[in-house]
Design a protein around this ligand. Structure first.
Ligand code: HEM
Length: 384
């Protein structure tokens, strides 16, 4: 089965199971003709995500010159020692406390979106809830003023959904780079107690975070935290709606099981070999691109008992939905907090919520990198 057709997009698991059974790693050619290696088993996935000989550097020379400095400095595309420095700095500002303190804002945004959602007869849970919630939350975290969010949202959507032409993507990126450069300048002049404010203070204490790195970090947080969390919320509602006896209140264990069963970041784990790498019986030469399929690794029967069964009480932990090793998702606590609040409040308000279309008619976002629904029409049912 192909990894690029509509069939794969609608249900990637049969193709991934076939590959995983055949071996831990496979040479694949993308639809655009680019060859890469895809890792499908849990052991080898962990090996790749922790092996320091694999690099995250991606060539940025195809990008317009104005975008290169901010994009090339993002820590998701850097190796130690640069990555170590950037990660240490942002971790000092993006603390567990800062995440916890977002709770009232998340609750407020969730309730507002639920009020708006209730006005439509068969609302789309993705466009009306799963996508705007993480966007608004990241804006709160970064300190983007509410009246400035609309264009940012439009650029972000273009980057997530893809505009009609590649030029739209570049325009959206450029818009964001210019916007965050300007916002940072304003915050430098008039410091505020938000994440960008905290990062600016650090940058100003020495030359540890450059201006480009700050813009790159803002962009990375916005993009990395938006579509992934939207997919988590959407995939969770989808899976819960299909359950014959769904739990009354989705627990933290339910969120973890959704992360394992329907890993939102699917295959977004780019690496490149810098020397030959042996995985099982296969040796990948130096200079080759490697992608770990988190979706496949998280259903590896060698690691998880009955991997295709949704069982929040399985207790065997260890899913790789947030990656592993030095690039382990920085926003995992925030994503878990958001999904917990979103699902709890959604099902408390609409205990009879159900999907308005059968699973086979759902539209998924195309592409190998992410796993999420393009739309999820629902019937909210009577309030309790
Ligand atoms: C990294 C998944 C939410 C910020 C990663 C990686 C994965 C991931 C798999 C590692 C990629 C790799 O190793 O190549 C997810 C999922 C999320 C989510 C599934 C939601 C369900 C968030 C949020 C934020 C965030 C809410 C920020 C507000 C980041 C950052 C990195 C990252 C900054 C790069 C870390 C580094 O390079 O050291 N994420 N993410 N993510 N994520 Fe998330």
């Amino acid at each position: 089965m192909s990894l690029f057709g509509e069939e794969y997009t609608a249900d990637p698991h049969p193709a991934l199971a076939e590959l995983r059974e055949a071996g831990p790693v496979h040479r694949v050619t993308s639809a655009a003709g680019v060859p890469f290696w895809m890792v499908t088993r849990w052991d080898e996935a962990r090996q790749v995500l922790t092996d320091p000989s694999l690099s995250k550097r991606q060539p940025v020379d195809q990008l317009p010159a104005s975008l290169r400095p901010a994009l090339a400095t993002q820590m998701l595309l850097r190796d130690p020692p640069d990555h170590t420095r950037l990660r240490r700095l942002v971790s000092a500002a993006f603390t567990p406390r800062r995440t916890r303190e977002l709770t009232p804002a998340i609750e407020r945004i969730t309730d507002r979106l639920l009020d708006e959602l209730g006005a439509a007869p068969e609302p789309d849970l993705i466009a009306g809830f799963a996508v705007p919630l993480p966007f608004e939350v990241i804006c709160e975290l970064l300190g983007v003023p509410p009246r400035e969010r609309a264009p940012l949202r439009a650029w972000s959507d273009t980057i997530i959904v893809g505009g009609p032409a590649p030029a739209d993507m570049v325009a959206a990126m450029s818009g964001m780079v210019t916007y965050f450069g300007d916002l940072l300048a304003r915050k430098r002049a008039d410091p505020e107690d938000d994440l960008l404010g905290a990062l600016l203070t650090m940058a100003d204490e020495g030359d540890r975070l450059s201006g480009d790195e700050l813009v790159g970090m803002a962009l990375l947080l916005l993009i990395a935290g938006h579509e992934t969390t939207a997919n988590l919320i959407g995939n969770a509602v989808h899976l819960l709606c299909r359950m014959p006896a769904r739990p009354d209140r989705p627990t933290a264990a339910v969120v973890e099981e959704v992360l394992r069963m329907a890993s939102p970041a699917a295959t977004s784990t780019y690496r490149v070999t810098t020397r030959p790498l042996t995985l099982g019986t296969v040796t990948i030469p130096a200079g080759e691109q490697v992608l770990v399929s988190l979706l496949a690794a998280n259903r590896d029967p060698e690691r998880f008992t009955d991997p295709d069964t949704f069982d929040p009480d399985r207790g065997d932990g260890g899913h790789l939905a947030f990656g592993h090793g030095i690039h382990f998702c920085l926003g995992a606590p925030l994503a878990r907090l958001e999904a917990g609040i979103a699902l709890d409040r959604l099902f408390a308000r609409h205990p009879d919520l159900e999907a308005a279309v059968p699973p086979e008619d759902l539209r998924w976002r195309s592409g190998l990198l992410m796993h999420g629904l393009a739309a999820l029409p629902v019937r909210l049912g009577r309030p309790p």
